[in-house]
Structure formats: C-alpha cells, structure tokens
Design a protein around this ligand. Structure first.
Ligand SMILES: [Zn+2]
Ligand SMILES: [Zn+2]
Length: 394
C-alpha cells in the first residue's frame, strides 16, 4: 500500500514528507494506522549525526495508533486494538525481559539495523530504495509495519495523541526519577533540562515524595509551567542552580541529580556530580554525542563521598507494566500529560515542529494525523446518537 511518511535522506537536511510504499506485515508483524507521534530529540541526533543511523530513514519512535492487520503468528493483538509503540521492543522471553528489565530487551540490539526485527529486511520503500525505520517502528508516517514485540495494547478510550508520549519521552523521564534515581520521600532532587523528558522526571520525583525539586532550565518563559508540574525551584543557569541547591539543601547537595538535557555534555556532568550530596546519585538520561569520550569530574567524589553515576534507557522500567500504569495515573489526575504537549502539527509540519524544539520554547510537540481527527468525529457522532437514544437533545 501507499502511505505518507517523513523521510531523512541525508544528514543535516530537512525531513522530506512524501508517499512511500509499505509491504504487508510478515507473520510476526502488524500493520498500524498511526494517529499521532511525539517529536523526540533523538531524531535530531540522527539529523546532526550525533547518533549515527542508517539512511534513508523514516523517523519517529514515539507513536500510537490502531492495528489494521496482523500476521499469521501474531497472538496478542487483533485488528482494532489501540497500541502504543515501545521504542525498545519487549519480547517477554529473553533474559532481560524475564528478569524485569524490558527496557534492555535483547531484541533492542537490532535497533541500529533500521530493519524489521523478524528477518532484517525492509517493509518501507521509496524512490526505488529500502528505507530504514527509527527504532524499528518509524512513526513519522500515517501507517507503519512493525514487530508484535514493539506494540503495547492500551484501553481504547485513551486519546492516542496523549498516549503516544508514553512510547518514549514520558516513560523515560518518569522512570529516570522513580526507578533509575530511586527518589524516596523527603529527597532533594535536581532535574537539568526541561523538555518532554524533564517534565516527566519532575512529575515522577513529585509523586515519589521529593521534598525539593530544582529544575535547571535556561529558557525562562517555561518557568510557570515547570512550577505547575511540581518543581519547587527553577534555576535559569547552572551557576544559579549551584546557589539554589546550596540554599535548599543546607549545603549538602541534592540526593539525586537527573540529566535530561537536549544533548549531554561531559563538562556539565562534573558540575552535576559536584552539586550532588554524599552517597547521592547522578542519573544520565540524555544522549551524549557518540564521539564524545571526555568528561570532566572530580573522581575523589566517587571514592571519598561514595557518589554514584548511573545511565538509564527508557526509564529503566518495564513498558508493558509502566505504560498502562501511567495512563491510569493520568486518568486519576496524578500525572499531567496534557501540559506536556505544547503544540501539535500535521505530518507535513514535522520540520516546523523541530524548529520549535530547537528554540527550546516548548516541552513536547506532537504530530497529529488524519486518523485521529476521523476517530474524534466518530466518537462525537456516537455520543450524539447515545444522547438521542436516551431522549436527550442531540
Ligand atoms: Zn525518544
Ligand atoms: Zn526481551
């Protein structure tokens, strides 16, 4: 079939929104009509080359949609199911999945191939070439074909243009605070860089019971929004952060320092460690350029103060449990997904969306596709019909 997708043909060039050819799903795969996709910073790393990835490539790894067709061996999904794509697959059977670390599922090792998990071939094609797909899903498209292991079924009443955030950023930020940092009641926490991931980390730290949450965010106009998510202080520079943290922690430093910047920086890692308390932990969530090999930090802090530095991917959790849990927390009003979505564009607006991201003015931008509008119209029509049947004014 033909569908519309955003393809990156060359590094440092704009996304090209064009028709592509999509093969039917293989035996372990599903065809999904996408409703929405978040714009995560990782695609920007593909564009700049900080993250070397196979081109040409259909971007997008933070998507949600409705299953249209399933392959012969697919056992957990049927057409009509609503799904969020996990940007790391979770097979449920490998050593990592079986020990409660779905974020490290061994199928994830195939991510850099850009091809299908099952057989390493491509279902996506354009201009006579095979296309790679980001994170083995490729959500900057109206339709995609992906492996069953990449799909997590969610309740049909959850709006897909909010649920898509759980495909990467929100679970990553939330888990960075709740699992990787292991924030405990009364802890003092710093979150450096407040985009979609930082906004979720602040909410995770708040729900875990942090007493102090210092957000370090250089774009001052986001300050009120950041405070509304649960931050207790906002610093607009690292120098100011050091002063605020000294004051808020009686000079001890924060118990947990979570790095969720648009791009990691080996110099700042040392500053983060310096602002962290004895036995405290620095969590590295943000991506550092693949070629970066140097960090500047006082190693004495590791020995004499028992400070920890840990990395995390996809929030160090289990997407099949955490995605439904976060949707329940959203429904009960305890986490805010709506405030995280600053702006939405159609697929054709993908380059405008990345321009917004570079400006740093917004938390998360979402691409919303025609299928989402069609579903909204259908739901509104059914609600009117219900009212009519119950004798209420339609
Ligand atoms: Zn991402
Ligand atoms: Zn697995």
């Amino acid at each position: 079939m033909e569908t519309l997708a955003a393809v990156l043909w060359d590094r440092s060039s704009p996304w090209s929104v064009e028709p592509i050819e999509l093969d039917p799903p293989g035996p372990d795969e599903v065809l999904v009509e996408l409703h929405a996709s978040g714009l995560c910073h990782s695609e920007e790393h593909i564009v700049t080359g900080d993250m070397p990835f196979r081109l040409p490539c259909v971007g997008g790894h933070e998507g949600a949609g409705v299953v249209v067709e399933v392959g012969a061996r697919v056992s957990s999904l049927v057409p009509g199911d609503h799904v969020v794509f996990g940007f790391v697959p979770s097979c449920g059977r490998c050593r990592q999945c079986a020990t409660g670390h779905q974020n490290l599922c061994e199928l994830g090792a195939k991510m850099y191939t850009g091809r299908q998990i099952a057989d390493g071939t491509a279902r996506h094609h354009a201009r006579g070439q095979d296309l790679a797909i980001a994170c083995m899903i490729g959500t900057f498209a109206h339709h995609t074909v992906a492996h069953e292991s990449s799909c997590i079924r969610i309740p049909a009443h959850v709006p897909l243009d909010r649920a898509c955030l759980l495909g990467c950023g929100f679970v990553t930020g939330w888990g960075s605070a709740v699992y990787a940092a292991d924030v405990r009641p009364g802890d003092t926490v710093a979150v450096a860089g407040v985009g979609g991931i930082g906004a979720a980390a602040i909410q995770g730290a708040r729900l875990a019971g942090a007493r102090v949450i210092v957000a370090v965010e250089t774009v001052a106009e986001k300050q009120d929004l950041i405070l509304s998510l649960g931050a207790t202080h906002v610093a607009t520079s690292w120098e100011q952060a050091a002063a605020v943290i000294r004051e808020a922690t009686w000079n001890r430093g924060v118990d947990r320092f979570i790095c969720t910047m648009s791009r990691g920086d080996g110099e700042l890692l040392g500053q983060a460690l310096a602002m962290t308390a004895s036995r405290g932990r620095v969590v590295v969530t943000n991506v550092h350029p693949a070629a970066q090999r140097t960090v500047s930090l006082n190693m004495m802090d590791l020995t004499l103060s028992e400070k920890h530095i840990v990395g995390t991917i996809y929030g160090s959790g289990n997407a099949r449990a955490d995605i439904p849990k976060l949707l329940e927390l959203w429904q009960s009003g305890q986490v805010d997904l709506d405030a995280v979505v600053s702006h939405s564009y159609p697929l054709e607006g993908v380059n405008d969306g990345y321009e917004d991201m570079r400006s740093g003015r917004f938390l998360r931008t979402v691409l919303r596709y025609p299928a989402a509008d069609a579903l909204d119209a259908r739901t509104a029509r059914e609600a009117r019909l219900d009212g009519h049947l119950q004798g209420q004014p339609a």
